[in-house]
Write a protein that binds this ligand. Sequence first.
Ligand code: PLP
Length: 222
Amino acid sequence: MDVATNLTMIQSNIGQACEKSNRHPNEITVIGVTKYVTIERTKEAINTGIKNLGENRSEGFLEKYNHIDSDVKWHFIGTLQSRKVKDVVDKVDAIHSLDRLSLAKEINKRASKQIDCFVQVNVSGEESKHGLQPEDVIPFIKEVQKYNYVRVVGLMTMAPHLEDNERLRGIFKRLALLRKTVQQENLANAPCEFLSMGMSNDYEVAIEEGATHIRIGSNLVG
Ligand SMILES: *Cc1c(COP(=O)(O)O)cnc(C)c1O
């Protein structure tokens, strides 16, 4: 399927999810996850109007970054090894996978400006998923406050691949609630206004529960 056809379908679904939850599609940033696809296919996505791209490995990101000069925003969405931070930190617009203090420290050391970061949370408790346990998030953000170049703009989660929408909904609700709790703490450098949640399998439910950033790969470009 061409990307334009896929995007039309996704936009229609976003519209319906917004209508159900009294939201406006303008509140949702669609991140096109291009980790599976070529530079050509990525350019096709850009030509349909996609302005935010997501990559999950530093090599894949750098390859795309170096070959694409369109005005797009880059989101780093995968596990980031500390030794790779210096290669990507000043090139990305946001890192969605802040999951440990050593990573915050390295970002702070290597960045030349404040970096927008999402704290990754393992809401579902699955062992295979990266991210902090929900109860560790506030203490973690308090620790991160000593790193001036790390700005916690939101929370991110990856839900397990479930067909059961109500279980998915429970996961997204918990992340939304956690965001509220963080916001109430009024921590420096942690406005925590965004929720990066929802992928091809579950973005409609995520939007209904407050997602501001959805990360779509296979349904859009894959
Ligand atoms: C691959 C990936 C996505 C996109 O997944 P799809 O199911 O293909 O939409 C979103 N977020 C993260 C962190 C990913 O690694």
